[in-house]
Write a protein that binds this ligand. Structure first.
Ligand code: FAD
Length: 325
């Protein structure tokens, strides 16, 4: 159907056309609109999916019946995870390991993060450059991320489909406050979008220097616009990908070259031949001073950071991040 609704996602709580339940409207390409209507928890899927039962609900929402169906389906959601993601030689990732409600874009995103976390570890183990025990960190890091996703997703779900009178009362109060106050608007929880989790990981080397910001060990690398030495605009993560996603030292130049462990990539900002921090954002996001350096893991997470790294400190941090000590 063609419609002039805006591109942004719309969310209704308890609208007149679907009393007591929530509704969502998402724009899709090619004049397709995704509409989600919450149903009674005891609804019979076979009955609810019949087009003749769906049509009047959508017509009530839109105020007309000039639409065709592309696809009708039902989904249920749940928030749960396996106790452990590794069982002998079987490793679980994605929805097989953990499930969340779809509000917050955490399901597929966290599945991809699992894969990124696992891939480089398996690669090292298969090449025998790291011990099998490196896989324990997959379980530690990704199960903590799953807990965070489940916690956030459960909060959104409880707001959208209150389970008790208290939750319903809270939602009613928030929605009425949202009409008039900024803080009320911020309390409306139709899904908090996922951001990468920060790991408290055995692979991280604790900070020894003073930091006033920037990603701490266990956090994913922030991106920033930079310019290539040729002057071409690019992003810092492009430079990381060019390093073939191996361990890499992101160094903010002070004129000195680092003595890098064998196989470690190098991304230099500033100085001759380095990337140019044209907008000053990389330096700000990494709390950088001349000499600052971040050791990045192959999945783009910070393993360690230094104001002035020495070769011995880099060797030790790399060993730790590879599960070697
Ligand atoms: C309505 C809705 C909206 C969503 N929106 C988002 C979103 O905006 N962002 C987001 O990040 N996530 C979203 N999700 C969640 C996302 O879809 C899932 O988290 C994601 O698809 C999980 O991917 P997966 O590969 O782990 O599992 P699946 O996508 O379930 O893939 C598993 C595959 O394995 C196959 N399979 C199963 N058993 C076997 C077998 N024995 N042999 C061979 N194959 C088998 C299945 O057929 C399936 O193709 C949404 C989910 C829903 C329901």
């Amino acid at each position: 159907m063609t419609a002039a609704f805006p591109t942004e996602r719309w969310f209704w709580f308890d609208p007149p056309f679907h009393a007591g339940r929530s509704a969502l409207l998402h724009k899709q390409p090619d004049d397709i609109w995704r509409i989600d209507l919450q149903l009674d928890r005891y609804a019979d899927p076979a009955v609810e999916k019949q087009p003749e039962n769906v049509r009047p609900r959508i017509a009530r929402m839109l105020g007309h019946d000039k639409f065709e169906f592309e696809w009708i389906s039902l989904y249920k959601f749940q928030c749960r995870r396996m106790d452990r993601f590794i069982h002998g030689r079987v490793i679980f990732a994605g929805d097989a390991a953990h499930q969340v409600s779809p509000f917050g874009a955490r399901g597929a995103n966290s599945g991809l993060e699992d894969a990124e976390n696992l891939a480089w570890k398996l690669d090292r183990i298969l090449r025998k450059t790291s011990p099998e025990a490196l896989l324990d960190s997959y379980d530690i890091e990704r199960s903590t991320a799953a807990d965070e996703n489940i916690r956030e997703s459960t909060r959104s779900t409880d707001f959208m489909a209150p389970n008790s009178h208290q939750e319903a009362r809270l939602r009613k109060a928030v929605l009425s406050l949202a009409k008039e106050t900024e803080f009320g608007k911020r309390m409306v929880n139709a899904g908090r979008l996922s951001v990468p989790s920060v790991y408290d990981s055995p692979l991280s080397t604790a900070d020894r220097d003073q930091w006033h910001g920037g990603p701490r060990p266990g956090a994913s690398m922030p991106d920033a616009p930079v310019a290539a030495p040729s002057g071409e605009d690019m992003f810092l993560t492009d430079a990381f990908v060019l390093e073939r996603e191996r361990f890499a030292l992101l160094a903010f130049g002070n004129g000195a070259d680092h003595d890098l462990p064998e196989g470690m990539g190098a991304i230099r900002i500033g100085g001759e031949g380095g990337l140019v921090d044209s907008q000053g954002l990389a330096g700000r996001r990494y709390d950088a001073e001349p000499g600052t350096a971040y050791l990045l893991r192959p999945d783009g997470y910070v393993a360690a950071r230094f104001r002035h790294p020495t070769r011995a400190a880099l060797d030790a941090a790399l060993s730790r991040a590879c599960g070697l000590n």
